[in-house]
Design a protein around this ligand. Structure first.
Ligand code: AMP
Length: 274
């Protein structure tokens, strides 16, 4: 893979790269489509990265269909798919960790304490292997985009990080490989998450500036579907996920939600400029 990248770079080509864990859906495909607007050559990785899953999480049952994924990637303009084995990525005597502070301590990082270190490690390795000029990530995993940007800055990766909007089903449910765990009925129920954020957004646009009231609107809306168990609902600053109190005009805030539907954990978010 690195030889291919080096040859392309030597020939003056720019490389755009989309890291994924496969089980591709329209969210991933929207990232694939974006690559060619930035770079000459489009690359994607498909690797279910063990270091970002905790032992009690769904690594073993995570959906995998490499053949179908490669076909889809090709259809959506990807020139090279990098799909390494676990052993190729992590040899037996692998000893290095990457740990980010701050941003990894809250929300997803608080619930999944080793998750972002695992993400940072695999993305750093993939960046070194593939040597992209541009790397593409989805807003769906908003906190992850902040972690990646921080790592790119801290470790001097010469890579432009491009974040693309969340792709949703027509009913509002954010596309996710983990939606494969849901029944059709559950998929319909899960749309309450998006609906709750829309209600919050419209309350803000009608003048509501009290954060607690906005959180209450979301929590009460989600409570309409008793099967959904909220893990967290937060309204924080987009920049660094720090606390906001009451909003003032121009504040850039993000609603962050995580909720369980049965054993499936769903996350979603919405960016709002007050
Ligand atoms: P994953 O395969 O879940 O690790 O996701 C790979 C990339 O696709 C990440 O940058 C995700 O944020 C992005 N992604 C996942 N779902 C969506 C979605 N619904 N819309 C846009 N991007 C997404």
């Amino acid at each position: 893979m690195t030889e291919i990248s080096c040859e392309l770079i030597k020939a003056g080509k720019t490389i755009g790269f989309v890291p994924t864990m496969g089980a591709l859906h329209l969210g991933h495909l929207s990232l694939f489509e974006a690559v060619k607007q930035y770079a000459d050559v489009a690359m994607a990785s498909i690797f279910v990265n063990p270091t970002q899953f905790a032992p009690n999480e769904d690594f073993d049952k995570y959906p995998r269909d490499l053949k179908k994924d490669v076909e889809m990637a090709e259809l959506y303009g990807i020139d090279y798919v990098f799909a390494p084995s676990n052993d190729e990525m992590y040899s037996k005597n692998f000893l290095t960790n990457i740990h980010l502070d701050g941003i990894t301590k809250v929300f997803e990082g608080e619930r999944r304490p080793t998750h972002f270190d695992g993400v940072a490690l695999v993305v750093a390795k993939l960046f070194n292997i593939i040597k992209p000029h541009y790397a593409f990530f989805g807003q769906k995993d908003y906190q992850q985009t902040l972690v990646i940007k921080q790592m790119v800055k801290d470790l001097n990766f010469d890579i432009d990080v491009v974040v693309r909007p969340t792709v949703r089903l027509e009913n509002g449910l954010a596309m996710s490989s983990r939606n494969n765990y849901l029944t059709d009925d559950e998929k319909e129920k899960a749309t309450i998450i998006y609906k709750s954020m829309l209600e919050a957004k419209s309350a803000i646009s009608l003048g509501e500036r009290n954060k607690e009231k906005i959180v209450k609107i979301i929590v009460e809306k989600i409570a309409e579907v008793p099967e959904l168990k909220i893990d967290y609902v937060a309204v924080v600053k987009q920049k660094d996920l720090s606390e906001v109190d009451n909003f003032v005009s121009g504040d850039e805030i993000v609603i962050l939600i995580a909720a369980f539907l049965g054993k499936t954990r769903l996350i979603d978010n919405m960016l709002i400029t007050v």
